[in-house]
Design a protein around this ligand. Structure first.
Ligand code: TXE
Length: 496
């Protein structure tokens, strides 16, 4: 970053082998936030070879689990120490507000603490096979060399959901952050070294996924690929990996319904419901895989609910994330803003009713950044592309329903299945609806929260595999059954 080498391969920091670099843009004002080394495919191959060698020498996987857990705790301590500088870096890189970045760093710290504790308590299983001479054990072993690929919306958070369990399990790895937002991952990798991660256990490359992808995924030297990003990329990686029968876990975003029943009008929950729908879709300008982008609201309250939402959306203060007055920042890049603008045109041509937004802000102070106004489309239906496709920006679509069965049907009418919200004052109804929804996380009378101790992942095209929780560690482990006969006898099957 800015002259310092950004690739960590075999325990040594180096520049790209062909001297290539990439400008990293601050989306709040279009300035160059940093210049970062851009790896070549050969560099990526070196990184995989280094991780392979480090795994095969067996030192890291043989390190006692208590020592690995202690290392994870040291990482958490260093994250807490560097919280402010990491948060500022994340804000300059992604555009999100400093308040959001601080929450991200706290969450990253919690993930390391959680897997430190979990690694220390996860134990082998003894199986009773009915023969006292036989000791049958099911043990967990590290899966091997992992390639960890992250997107740009939660750069450090998402890579930490992968690095923490991979280290806890005893794996070695090659880390590739998004080429759009690599800065905190570089700083964090230096911090991992400081915490004492042995050379070659964590290798880091930077650059375009299309260029480095084959070297990282089309190889028999990798045992597990954990990917978070777009559906098309997830599919492409899965196909390539299938050639080598490499295990793949993919988290591919969502198109998440937020269902609001009319009974909230009489329960005193109205303002909180409006607030949660607003936050659920417009936080981080909607660039959240679990953003509640589809409001599915009961017809009898829809007009009033949407009017209140629009009034609040128009008051959202946009600005540079470093300014404490900003409530939301820009989109991550000009490219992403162009995509959002195309979706808005699509919505208009499909006949959706624009309630608010649908344009860049007119404020001259924001002219240099990739800002876009919070946008609400009413009178939407499921035939529209803006309802079916992940827009990954500040666009809320509104659909209306008349009874519970229709609400459930609409909520499940998506190819995705990452997250959903349900808002009702009727507990029994709430329970019925959350059980009927086919989504990986469902919030009842809340929205957006998660914990390191509970699994995260999707149904349908939102992906496969789970991160966080005990399953998030198991993804990085192979299971081995050891059958040990302490008093062997002939099998006695063949008589000759
Ligand atoms: O993702 P990509 P993009 C969705 C969102 C967004 C769309 C595309 O809808 O608009 O995906 O975003 C690396 N082999 N999500 O284009 O390309 C790439 O370098 C190996 C949802 O930014 O999938 C980056 O590190 N790696 C998502 C990572 O994959 C490859 C969050 C993701 O980039 C590669 C972000 C290849 N062939 C976007 N091609 C979520 N699930 O939360 C690219 N990469």
């Amino acid at each position: 970053m800015n002259g310092e080498p950004d690739l960590l391969i075999g325990g040594k920091w180096r520049h790209a082998s062909d001297g290539g670099t990439r400008d990293i843009v601050n989306p709040a004002d279009g300035s160059v936030a940093a210049v970062v080394d851009e790896a070549t495919p050969d560099d990526a191959r070196d990184a995989v070879a280094s991780a392979r060698k480090a795994f095969d020498d067996g030192k890291w996987s043989a390190t006692p689990v208590a020592d690995r857990a202690a290392l994870l705790d040291r990482v958490a301590d260093l994250l807490a120490r560097d919280k402010e500088s990491l948060a500022e870096l994340e804000t300059r890189d992604t555009g999100k507000t400093l308040a959001e970045s601080r929450i991200d760093i706290d969450d990253v710290t919690s993930v390391f603490r959680y897997y430190s504790r979990l690694a220390a308590v996860e134990s082998d299983r003894i199986v009773d096979v009915g023969d006292p001479a036989v000791i049958s054990r099911v043990v967990r072993e590290p899966i091997g060399v992992c390639v960890l690929i992250a997107p740009w919306n939660y750069p450090l958070l998402q890579i930490s959901w992968k690095i923490a369990p991979a280290l806890a399990a005893g794996c070695t790895m090659v880390v590739k952050p998004s080429e759009v937002t690599p800065l905190t991952t570089i700083a964090f990798t230096r911090l991992l070294q400081e915490a004492g991660v042995p050379d070659s256990v964590v290798n880091l490359v930077q650059g375009s996924g299309a260029t480095l992808g084959p070297a990282l995924t089309d190889t028999p030297d990798v045992d597990f690929i954990s990917f978070t990003g777009g559906v098309a990329t997830g599919k492409a990686i899965s196909k390539v990996a299938a050639e080598h029968v490499t295990k793949v876990a993919v988290e591919l975003g969502g198109k998440n319904p937020h269902i609001v029943f009319a009974d909230i009008a009489d329960s005193g929950d109205w303002d909180a419901a409006v607030d949660h729908v607003l936050t659920g879709v417009f936080l981080h300008s909607g660039q959240v895989c679990s953003a509640g982008t589809r409001l599915i609201v009961e017809e009898s309250i829809a007009d009033d609910f949407v009017a209140d939402l629009a009034a609040r959306a128009e008051k959202i203060r946009m600005g540079d994330g470093m300014d404490p007055a900003s409530e939301t920042g820009p989109l991550v890049s000009e490219q992403q803003r162009a995509k959002i603008e195309a979706f808005v045109q699509q919505g208009l041509s499909e006949g959706a009713k624009l309630v608010t937004g649908g344009a860049r802000p007119s404020d001259a102070a924001l002219a240099k950044g990739s800002f876009y106004l919070p946008t609400i489309f009413d009178r939407c239906d499921r035939s529209m592309r803006i309802v079916a496709e992940e827009t990954f920006g500040p666009i809320l679509t509104v659909e209306r329903f008349t009874d519970e069965a229709e609400a459930i049907e609409l909520g499940n009418d998506t190819e995705y299945g990452l997250a959903a919200g349900v808002r009702t004052s009727d507990q029994a109804r709430g329970e019925r609806v959350v059980r009927a929804l086919r989504h990986g996380t469902v919030w009842l009378n809340d929205f957006g929260y998660y914990t390191a101790a509970a699994e995260w992942g999707g149904f349908g095209k939102s992906g496969n595999g789970r991160e966080l929780g005990p399953t998030g560690l198991a993804e990085y482990q192979e299971i081995k059954h050891i059958w040990h006969n302490t008093a062997p006898q002939p099998a006695g099957w063949f008589k000759g």
